[in-house]
Design a protein around this ligand. Sequence first.
Ligand code: FES
Length: 235
Amino acid sequence: MLSAEENQLLTHVTGDAPMGQMMRRYWVPACLSEEVAEPDCTPVRTTILGERLVVFRDTNGTLAVVDERCPHRLASLALGRNEEGGLRCIYHGWKFNTAGACVDMPTEPGAFGFRDRMKLTSYPTHEAGGMVWTYMGPAADMPTFPEYDWMKLPRNQYAVIKSASPSTTRKRSKARSTHRTRGSSIRASSGIGRSAPKRRWTPRRKWKPRTPTTVSAMPPSACRCRIPTPSATSA
Ligand code: FES
């Protein structure tokens, strides 16, 4: 049986975890091609090795896998507008191209050059076998994309299926129905057909109107402001 340390070594992939660093030396699937089939389609949110990312296809058909959080105020770019050659944040309108460069910043005058210093994390992509793949490791160690034999088959001779992991499912179902469930499909995560958790009934407190307090009704001794009261000024 594995010790707790060995288990952690083999299963933790976020941050600098050794397993995560090893996985970052390979091309990994990001989403299905059909999810981003059209140029200017709706961006797809995904999490890979603990990193929150967004996949989108721009107007020219170029694919991108970028950080989900906008570098300005961390708004989610999964809610952004994919239009005219880039993904525009819906909060203040900063726009990023597939390489992660900021190409429009309506809130800052162009003369400041602030726009040129803004960069969104962007990973290389490759489309094959009905999937969008990405490489998240150091550029110097990037391997050539492995063209597996099955990827060369006609598209109607293989199937690609995407399923939610149990941990993702548990988190989603917890957020929606506040009780833990185990499941292996997205539908199971919706909580449909599951009974709500039992709660103890507690009577509501009776609402009482508050007594209005105005400054003029307040006695001078109760006032905490530093303006001298008339009595103190006259003394
Ligand atoms: S948060 Fe994205 S532009 Fe401000």
